[in-house]
Design a protein around this ligand. Structure first.
Ligand code: ZN
Length: 167
């Protein structure tokens, strides 16, 4: 039985956009001059490994109409975590993990951005959290390991889990 999932292109970021200054420059040049600065910040935030680690809402708003729908999904997801209500739980480490994974699952490579989650590798209580970008399936498999691994490791897994009730 096939379990392959079709992923529409509109929810996948082409890998060749990363660290590609001419891609960003073409997009910026095509926008009105009043928008160019903010659009450049937004695109560098999304696509440059060493790009900005902040996307302030004022700049995001100016760039907004010149972003693709899939970029808007990413910008909402990420800027909530670097500049918005979730910044204390995530921050730039989460952004770096997502960028470095090229907005794909770091375990299985699944590329649909709508399914991506940022896993706290050492759990939410870790003060210097490191993150992995995982798809919902791989994240769930990690979080629910305690349901099937043998009892001696249950405690260790619970300590490292996000503390979410995923049962
Ligand atoms: Zn995965």
């Amino acid at each position: 039985m096939e379990h392959r999932i079709e992923v529409p292109d509109e929810f996948v970021i082409p890998s060749e956009r990363f660290d590609n200054p001419s891609f960003i420059q073409e997009r910026v040049d095509a926008a009105p001059s009043a928008v160019q600065g903010c659009l450049k910040t937004a695109l560098r935030y999304l696509y440059e490994t060493q790009g900005p680690t902040n996307l302030e809402s004022a700049r995001r708003k100016v760039a907004w109409d010149f972003l693709e729908e899939r970029e808007k999904i990413l910008a909402r997801w990420l800027s909530t975590r670097t500049n918005g209500s979730e910044r204390k739980n995530y921050g730039k480490g989460a952004l770096h993990a997502a960028r470095n994974a090229r907005y794909r699952c770091a375990d299985c490579g699944f590329p649909d951005m709508r399914c991506l989650q940022l896993d706290h590798v050492e759990g939410r209580k870790d003060p210097v959290s490191t993150f992995r970008c995982l798809c919902a399936n791989c994240h769930q498999l990690k979080s629910r390991k305690k349901d099937w691994v043998n009892r001696t490791v249950v405690e260790a897994v619970e300590t490292n889990s996000e503390g979410e009730d995923v049962g």
